[in-house]
Ligand binder design. Sequence first.
Ligand SMILES: *[C@@H]1O[C@H](CO)[C@@H](O)[C@H](O)[C@H]1NC(C)=O
Ligand SMILES: *[C@@H]1O[C@H](CO)[C@@H](O)[C@H](O)[C@H]1NC(C)=O
Length: 450
Amino acid sequence: MNAKRRPSAFMIMFSKNSHITSTFCFLIFVATLHIFAFIAMPIMYGRKEPIHGFVDPKFESVKKQFERNFMDGFERDGANVAIFYKNKPIVNLWAGNADSELEKPWTRHTRSLLFSTTKALSGLCIALLVDQGLLNYNDPVAKYWTEFGQNGKENTTVRQVLNHEAGLPYIDETISLEEAKGDAHEALRKIAAAKPAWVPGSASGYHPITYGWLIDGIVRGADPKGRSLKQFFNEEIAKPHGLDIDIGTEPDQLYRNAKYTVPTNMEYIRDIVHDPRLLGMVMMLYLQHPDAVIWKATKSPCPYLNPLASEFPFNNPEYQQLNLGSATGVSNAHDVAQLFSKVINNEILNASLVEELSRPSLNSWHIEKTVLYPIMKGHGFFYDPHPTKVDTFTFGHPGYGCQALYIDRETNLVIVYLSNGLKTATSFLCFPYYRLVTESYRVINQINQL
Ligand SMILES: *[C@@H]1O[C@H](CO)[C@@H](O)[C@H](O)[C@H]1NC(C)=O
Ligand SMILES: *[C@@H]1O[C@H](CO)[C@@H](O)[C@H](O)[C@H]1NC(C)=O
C-alpha cells in the first residue's frame, strides 16, 4: 500500500512542470494585462486635446499632467481643474468635451454637478450659521426642526447629522420625484418622521442622499428668515462672493451643464490593473449582502437617483434641478476652489471656527455602516491625515465619478477637479486626479526649497 502511494518520478516531473507551466501562464496573463492597460488603452482611448485656461508659469508641469490624462486615455470627455495656493488662483484649466455626443467643447462657462462634493457646501452653510451664533454643533436637531424630534431622534445632534451618525442612510418610505422637487416639503416631512436604522450617535454610516434634506431641515429652522438650504447658500455665500455655484440648477442654466458618460468594462479592467486597490473597493461593494445598508441606501428613499442604475440618472434635467444638498451642487472647478480658499483664509468664517473645521470630529476606528471602510468625518467634510505634518489633516469631499474638493489649510492649498467622463473610482484611487494633486505638491515643495 505504501509503495503505491509513493509518487513516481513521472508524477514528480509532471507536478513540477505544471507548477512551472502555471507560473508561466500567470506571468503571460499579467504581462498581457499590463500591455493592455499601459499600451493598448492609451492608443485606443488616448488623444491630444488642446488645453485651455490659465496656469501660473511655476505650475506649468501641472498642465502637462492634465494634458497627459487625456493622452493616456483617462479622460473620456471633458475635465476642469483649479488650484488656489496662498489664496491666489494658480491653475484653472479645462479641455475636452462638455457633451461628446454633440461635440460641444468644455468652456470657461461649462458647469458640472458636484455630486457628493455638494455635501461640503451644505456643511459650509451649517458652519456659517454657527459663526453667526444661530446654531451649535452639539444642539439637538429638534431644537431647530421640532417635527424631527420623534421616533428615537429626539436627541440626535447637528454634529451627528454632519458625521453621518443619524442612522438615516435610508428610510422606510419612498420619496417620489414629485415630492423631491421644488421646496420638497413632503420629502422633509418623511425624513422628519423616519425611524433611525441605529441609535443616533452609536455608529456612523454614510448618508448618500438623505444628508441633503437633513441639512435643509436644520438650515430652515436655524435661519431667522426660514430660507431653504438652496436659497441660504445662494444669498449668504454664492451671491455676496460672486461665485457661480448653485445647489440645484436653475432651469435657464441647464444648457451649461456637462453631459455624463460612465466607464466601460475595458476602463474598469485598465483601472484595476493600474491600481489593484480598486478591486478591493469593488469587492467591498458587490460582496455585500442585498440587505446591506449600501444597497438599501441606493433603493431608498429615491430609487431613481441610484448612480449605479443601467442609465446614469443625473443627465436628466429634472434631477439636475432638485434642491438636494447631498448631490446637486453645480459649478466649475475655479469657483468652488475660490470659495474654499476664502474659507481657509478666514474670509467667510472666523479663524477659530476654521481651525475647528480643519480637524475631524469622528476619527476613531470603526466599521462604517455603509461603505465598511472607516472614513474620518466632521462638519460635513471627509478628512485624511496630512501628507507631511503629523496630527494635522487635509479635508474636503469626494463626489461620484471622481469629482473632488481637496483642502490643505497648512499649505494654504485648495484643489478642485471636475469631469463628465465619470471614473471608476473616487478620491486618491482615481489616478488622473491623484496625479494632479501629487504634481501640485511636487511643485510647491520645489518652490519652498528655493
Ligand atoms: C434623550 O435624552 C433624554 C435626557 O437625557 C433621555 O431621558 C431620553 O430617553 C433620550 N431620548 C432618546 C430617544 O434617546
Ligand atoms: C467665531 O465663531 C465661534 C463659533 O465657533 C463663535 O463662538 C465666536 O463668537 C466667533 N467669533 C467672532 C469674533 O465672530
